[in-house]
Design a protein around this ligand. Structure first.
Ligand SMILES: N[C@@H](CCC(=O)N[C@@H](CS)C(=O)NCC(=O)O)C(=O)O
Length: 221
């Protein structure tokens, strides 16, 4: 009898989908990657039938559809035998775990992408100043992670968790898009620690190989 289809992640190399690919590598979760040209909304319009937002990542698992990178990373960890990657309600850092996992995209990556759009992708269209204001906003919003790491190597429960994957991606992205000057020495050490992990390197390599096999270029940023 044929087994159920593998969960499938529609993504672009280096996009927020890396949170999901990274979580899958850390958790040993069997995920199929479907690499798309960027931005899929314009480059592969049929994609809108699957995800009306046109954004990546999209996880399809049976009847389930998810379009939030941090939620997908959390889901992948919970669906695997990787309990150490999540912080449960019985643990004292449960609230902090949820908070940092949501903080990562809503508060950190959101201003990064507004900067990226107006100050980089659409530079010269008159909104550069607004983009640069969002870059400063991003820098100011790092205060909470900076403070949290004053006496810790990882954000929660004295171990590496999905909260580190989600926040770590935002810091990694900062480096790739010219926002590295906002990272304090402590944040630089933290992101080095995270990106040095076998799981992170495997995820980046996996996305790059899948993009190449699909005849696409490298990372989107
Ligand atoms: N909050 C969503 C945002 C998804 C999102 O906006 N992804 C970007 C790539 S990192 C995208 O698809 N941009 C292309 C577009 O908006 O058309 C998440 O965390 O996954």
């Amino acid at each position: 009898m044929e087994g159920a289809a593998k969960p499938k992640l529609y993504t672009c190399a280096g996009s927020r989908g890396l949170r999901a690919t990274w979580a899958a590598e850390e958790a040993g979760f069997d995920l199929e990657l479907k690499m798309l040209p960027f931005p899929p909304r314009f480059e592969w319009p049929e994609y809108l039938e699957l995800n009306p937002l046109g954004t990546v990542p999209l996880l399809v698992d049976g009847e389930s559809r998810m379009t939030e990178s941090c939620a997908i990373a959390h889901y992948v960890a919970l669906r695997s035998d990787a309990a150490q990657l999540v912080v449960g309600p019985q643990e004292s850092d449960f609230a902090a775990y949820l908070d940092f996992t949501y903080h990562a995209d809503a508060t950190l990556t959101f201003p990064q992408t507004v900067y990226l759009r107006f100050a980089r992708f659409e530079k010269g269209k008159g909104l550069e100043e607004a983009g640069l204001a969002y870059a400063r906003w991003f820098g100011a919003r790092l205060a909470k992670v900076e403070q949290r790491l004053e006496d810790r190597d990882f954000l929660c429960a004295d171990r590496f968790t999905v909260a580190d994957i989600c926040v770590g991606y935002a810091l990694y992205l900062a480096r790739r898009i010219g926002l590295e000057d906002h990272l304090t020495p402590r944040l630089v050490q933290y992101v080095d620690r995270l990106t040095d992990r076998k799981g992170f390197k495997a995820a980046v390599a996996r996305e790059a190989a899948a993009a190449q096999a699909a005849g696409l270029g490298g990372a989107v940023v």
